[in-house]
Structures are given as C-alpha cells and as structure tokens.
Design a protein around this ligand. Structure first.
Ligand SMILES: Nc1ncnc2c1ncn2[C@@H]1O[C@H](COP(=O)(O)OP(=O)(O)OP(=O)(O)O)[C@@H](O)[C@H]1O
Ligand SMILES: [Mg+2]
Length: 326
C-alpha cells in the first residue's frame, strides 16, 4: 500500500453512503476540495455526524466539518527543534498526570529516538513507522487511561519517504481522525527538528507547547520555531494555537534563567510564557532511569508539584475536564 494508503482507503469508503446522491456525486467528482466544503457547509439539511450516522466518515474528506462535533480529544504537540529541552520529559509527565486524573489519554511518540516509547515500557510489535506506511492503527494499552502510539528508530527514514507524497502533511491527522472521540487528551512528543514529521504533529494538533531550557543557544532558535508554527497555522491548520512556552530546568537564582526571562520580555513574549516553571531536579533523571513518571517515582517532590501545576494550568487554559466528571 502506498504511503498515506490508509487515508486513501477511507476516502474510497466514504463515497459509499448511498443516502445523499447529491453530496456523494460531488465527492466522487470533487477535484476541488473547497467546492466540496462549500457544498457541505451550506447544506442546512446535512446532519451532524454521530457514531451511527451513515455520514460519519465525511470528516476524512472534510476536516472542518468534523470540527463541528463535540467531544473530540484535545491534541497538544510538544515541540522545539532544540534537543534536550525536556520535550519528552514534559510529554511523559503530562500524559501520566492526565491519565491518573481520569482523562482518557493518548501519548504519541513521533521521535525516532523513541525515548517516550521506552520510558513507557512499550512492548508493541508495530509502531508509528508502520502506521505512516499504511498499516491500520493499533494503540497500545500502557496503564489505566493511558494508551500509546509507539515509535521506532526506523521512523528516522520516514522523512525521505513521504517527501513526494501528495498528503505528506496530513498522514498523522488521518490516522488520529477515527479515534478522536476515544480520548480526552492527546500528547504528541516531537523530534528535535522542524521537518515533515513535526509538520504532521502540528497539523494534527489543536495546541503547541514549547519547552524552553534557559540558555542563550536554545533561545536563539525560538523565533524561527514560533515562525514555523505560525506558518503551519496560516497554511495548513487554522485551528492551531500556541499554548505557551514552558521554561524547563528553571532556577531563578541562576543568571541564565534570569537572562532568558529578560529576553522573553524584550521580545514581547512574556504573555506567552506559562506561569508554571519546571525546576531542574535530579529526581526527573532518576524517574526516567526507573521508567516511572515523576508522580510514581516521587510524587511529593517539588518537581512533581511543578508538573502537576503545569498540567492544571493547561487544562484551565484549554477548558477540559476528565470525561468521567462530565
Ligand atoms: N527538570 C529537569 N531536571 C533535570 N533533568 C531533566 C529535567 N527535565 C529533563 N531532564 C533530563 O534532561 C534530559 C533531556 O530531557 P528530554 O529527553 O526530555 O529532552 P528532549 O527535549 O525530549 O530531548 P530530544 O530533543 O533529544 O528529544 C533527560 O536526561 C532528562 O532526564
Ligand atoms: Mg525527546
């Protein structure tokens, strides 16, 4: 099956609804996606899809239509092209916290280094490489409320393989579309690169969270990255919002931490900085060595409190609650 074959298959299936000839014919002949959007947006008789609706798969052709549905998971991409800024650590601990709090949580590892996959103790035989290549998606059960789409070193070759694909920016979005209602929150750990894999993450996401380690080198790339996110928003995913910059390895006594705050202020970015700062703490490294979240390793530590308050600041900002509370 060609890359993106899953999406292509779905498109074929989605032409077989039979109940609305007008719309179906438009889909079959739709060379122009925007014409299709117009048809579907302005057809007042067109029902909102639910699980039993024969129209439920239309969102494969028409993502904005799907956005009209309730109870879609909120997806957060953790991105920074700079390595070692705590993307994976943040992804693991946010996912662990939300799962403990009763959010149906999906963690997606898009980094071929597979650090999140290893930290979560994945034993799955298939991974994101297979799914990008067209294999039907299977999520791995990790613990109560926590599922994973694991990664693998083979995923490092995907960039070259998708470069000429027609839907290269939308592969992840198409993979996640059928499971949007199965989760409350999805956390995507991105590789340290601004490449097509990261673009896939941003296209499939509602929010981008940017961990920033205080150091002049990591600050230098910040503008380029924010610009990159804005470009994806403008051209590929108007739904994307930058959730904020979260300062990691933060120590207010250190000159480099103060200097980073000053630079953020100088560049008018202070409003975009999360209130919660994550302190540098040996416990984080120990927790990762023992393949535990900081909450399981040392839930009473200050850095566990940092991640708890970051997680709560995020849910306050995006306005979601665990599904069991609804
Ligand atoms: N708050 C912290 N205090 C101390 N060490 C930390 C903290 N956060 C992360 N680390 C350690 O820093 C290292 C890099 O963290 P991590 O792997 O999360 O970064 P990353 O941005 O995902 O890196 P990469 O870009 O290579 O994927 C890890 O060894 C991790 O244990
Ligand atoms: Mg990482």
């Amino acid at each position: 099956m060609p890359l993106g074959g899953v999406g292509a298959d779905r498109d074929k299936r989605s032409t077989g609804y039979g109940k609305c000839d007008f719309v179906r014919n438009r889909i079959v002949s739709a060379a122009n996606q925007s014409a299709l959007e117009t048809v579907m947006l302005h057809n007042a008789r067109f029902p909102l899809p639910n699980k039993n609706s024969p129209y439920r798969n239309f969102h494969y052709l028409y993502p904005r239509f799907h956005a009209l549905r309730n109870s879609r998971m909120k997806t957060i991409a953790i991105i920074n092209q700079k390595g070692g800024v705590a993307k994976t650590t943040t992804a693991i601990n946010l996912a662990a916290y939300y799962a403990k709090k009763g959010f149906r949580t999906l963690a997606v590892d898009l980094d071929p280094q597979s650090n999140m996959t290893e930290a979560l103790g994945s034993k799955a035989s298939h991974n994101i490489y297979d799914y990008f290549k067209g294999r039907p998606l299977e999520v791995e059960h990790i613990s109560e409320n926590l599922h994973l789409i694991p990664s693998n070193i083979r995923f490092s070759t995907i960039e070259l393989q998708i470069i000429n694909e027609f839907n290269r920016e939308y592969i992840l979005q198409h993979l996640l579309e059928p499971i949007q209602e199965d989760y409350d929150i999805c956390i995507i750990d991105c590789p340290p690169a601004l490449n097509f894999v990261t673009i896939n993450a941003l296209v499939a996401s509602d929010f981008a969270l940017v961990p920033l380690k205080p150091s002049s080198f990591s600050y230098d790339g910040l503008g380029i990255m924010l610009d990159f996110v804005r470009k994806v928003k403008t051209s590929l995913n108007g739904n994307l919002t930058i959730l904020g910059i979260v300062l990691t390895f933060f120590d207010e006594r250190k000159v480099v931490s103060k200097a980073t705050l000053d630079k953020l202020e100088r560049d008018n970015l202070t409003a975009g900085v999360m209130k919660t700062k994550i302190r540098a703490a040996e416990g984080i490294v120990r927790a990762e060595e023992s393949r535990q979240s900081i909450f399981d390793y040392d839930g009473g530590s200050q850095v566990a409190q940092d991640y708890k308050s970051l997680a709560e600041e995020i849910t306050d900002k995006i306005g979601i609650r665990p599904s069991e509370e609804e």
